[in-house]
Design a protein. Structure first.
Length: 589
């Protein structure tokens, strides 16, 4: 019969990497806490010749939960109905003192368990060692030295775990009294002293020496700015300037070729127009920026897997306290540069309800990758050689606006934050490529779903009039609908109906703004839609600050557990965007 096994362990101990190996899944992994924020289950791969369901739990340090994701894991483990049949306790072999405290707590639940000393290759690489037989005898559960990355020791681990006897009763709740806590810490000290030989101080100090500069009091911020400068330079010169330009020209050539072929074949003009000006122009206009987005994802993945992302959270802990936040909240915000949806879900790592609400509200101000194609297109068209400076200014404007807006509901008490900085390591190509492929696949998937639909709809609204005949200039359905919204946007400097329609499409997917403009009639001269340079800046700032996509709104509603509160956040962002754009458009110059 199938046995249900839960992977339980501290944050950043390699649970998700092990889960991917055991189940053949492709879940995102990262070298910083907060990557896994909800449990997920999968069948054990058939190659292991065992029947088991594996559940990957969010990381936790104790069964006495400290944050929402820890509470979710603890509740699952101690629940009479949901609790697994057995445990696979995953411990970081390079830091046994931290991991074994949780292992002792889990052993007290009475659940059948095995202990996987993960990253054992890193321990031995630096001259360390563990007497697994002695540790097994002292803990009373099987112990295995494994490496999920190198796939060593996994067969024996799985064989033993799958053969464990299923739980027969409700798990026992651990004793959280002061005496019990002291006793566990004394036991951890004994286990570490008698079973582990840790690496010498010299082999451990490489990261410490690097952190004197990278996390130094006066050098940390300059190092971060240098990192961001490299990210912007590589993204918008190599990605945005070279490869994206080549891909854009390829789509233009494809559109011309299809147009010529359909015309020669006598295809109806409306179908030709749909294919060339609707689908290819819309979807291709977004896909041409895939290299730009891919390079950004690549650099962020390298930062995550090298251990630098955790340092960024540490560096900004003190500055963020000025805004009622802590370094723990920095991780979801940094994830927001990739996509707002997982970043909002990661806000549950916050240790307080107020901190969680602040983070959920703040995440969309950190411009996600879906906004990048729009930034790149407009900055290249209107600002030329200054495009990188303009894009950087937009990112900084979003961050500054979001942080300043949190002052309106900042609480006096800021939760404490403890973070164990992982050792620096060379990014593993497998992890980086997995994260990169997942994010690029999501970008392409949206191009052929939401953006495809938005392109076709916007093309149809611009092609037909209210009688569904081919529309003459300024007589399309799009013009009629835009006329209803234009008076509201006119004070901002961009009251054209086509711009209004594009911004509306952006509420479903931010990339749809670009695809909508690409298929709208008369936008070949986009410059004419903006009367002044200020109006271009106002449009970009409005696009930067106005509400996130529908998927992000849904994630906000889920994390806030309140539809009215999510709507209130959306309204606040809309008013902020409108006010900022109005100020910019009316600045006297």
């Amino acid at each position: 019969m199938m046995i249900r096994i839960a992977l339980a362990g501290n944050q950043n101990c390699g649970k998700t990497t092990l889960y991917n190996l055991l189940t053949g899944s492709n879940r995102r992994v990262g070298n910083f806490p907060g990557v896994t924020v909800e449990k997920r289950s999968g069948r054990l791969r058939s190659s292991y010749r065992a029947e088991a369901e594996i559940t990957d739990l969010p990381g936790l340090y104790s069964l006495f939960p400290y944050s929402d994701e820890e509470k979710a894991a603890a509740d699952f483990l101690l629940s009479e109905e949901e609790s697994p049949d057995a445990l696979m306790i995953v411990a970081d072999a390079t830091c046994p003192a931290r991991s074994l405290y949780l292992a002792l707590q889990l052993a007290e639940t009475g659940l059948p368990a095995v202990l996987a000393l993960n990253m054992y290759d890193l321990l031995t690489e630096h001259g360390g060692y563990c007497d697994t037989k002695k540790l097994e005898k002292m803990l009373g559960i099987p112990v295995f030295a494994v490496s999920a990355v190198e796939n060593t020791g996994i067969e024996a681990l799985v064989g033993t775990a799958a053969g464990l006897e299923k739980r027969k009763s409700k798990p026992d709740s651990p004793d959280f009294s002061e005496n019990a806590i002291v006793r566990r810490y004394l036991n951890v000290d004994t286990l570490c002293r008698e079973c582990f030989v840790m690496p010498s101080t010299d082999s451990e100090s490489r990261s410490e020496r690097a952190d004197r500069i990278i996390c130094g009091r006066f050098s940390a911020i300059p190092c971060f700015l240098l990192f961001m400068l490299c990210v912007f330079f590589l993204t918008f010169t190599l990605g945005g300037g070279l490869m994206s330009g080549m891909l854009g020209r390829a789509f233009e050539a494809l559109s011309t070729a299809i147009g010529d072929a359909t015309a020669a074949a006598g295809v109806a003009p409306v179908l030709t127009d749909l294919l060339t000006d609707g689908i290819i122009a819309g979807v291709g206009g977004v896909l041409s920026f895939l290299p730009t987005v891919a390079i950004l994802f690549l650099l962020l993945s390298v930062a995550e897997d090298s251990g630098y992302m955790a340092r960024i959270a540490f560096i900004f802990d003190r500055p963020m306290r000025l805004f009622g936040l802590s370094g723990r909240d920095a991780v979801p915000l940094l994830m927001g540069f990739g996509c707002s949806v997982p970043a909002i879900l990661a806000a549950r790592t916050s240790t307080s309800a107020k901190g969680k609400r602040r983070t959920v509200y703040l995440v969309p101000f950190f411009a996600c990758s879906a906004k990048l194609p729009v930034f790149t297109f407009f900055s290249s068209l209107f600002f030329g050689k200054y495009r990188i400076a303009v894009i950087a200014a937009l990112y900084l404007t979003g961050i500054a606006t979001g942080l300043l807006s949190t002052l309106t509901f900042r609480g006096k008490e800021v939760p404490s934050y403890m973070l164990e900085l992982p050792e620096y390591r060379l990014p593993r190509a497998k992890n980086v490529l997995r994260n990169l492929s997942d994010r690029c696949a999501d970008f392409v998937k949206r191009a052929f779903t939401v953006i495809f639909l938005a392109s076709v709809v916007c093309w149809a609204l611009g092609y037909f009039d209210l009688s569904f005949h081919h529309a003459a200039e300024n007589e399309s359905i799009l013009t009629a609908l835009g006329g209803l919204i234009s008076p509201i946007l006119t004070p901002l400097g961009f009251g054209d109906a086509r711009l209004a329609a594009a911004l509306f499409a952006g509420l479903f997917a931010k990339e749809a703004v670009l695809s909508s403009l690409a298929v709208s009639p008369g936008v070949s001269s986009l410059v004419s839609l903006f009367p002044t340079g200020r109006s271009v800046c106002a449009f970009l700032v409005f696009f930067l600050l106005y509400p996130p996509c529908l998927a992000a709104f849904t994630a906000s509603k889920k994390e806030l557990s309140s539809f009215p509160r999510a709507c209130l956040h959306t309204l606040a962002r809309l008013l902020t965007a409108y006010a900022a754009a109005a100020i910019i458009n009316n600045i006297p110059i």
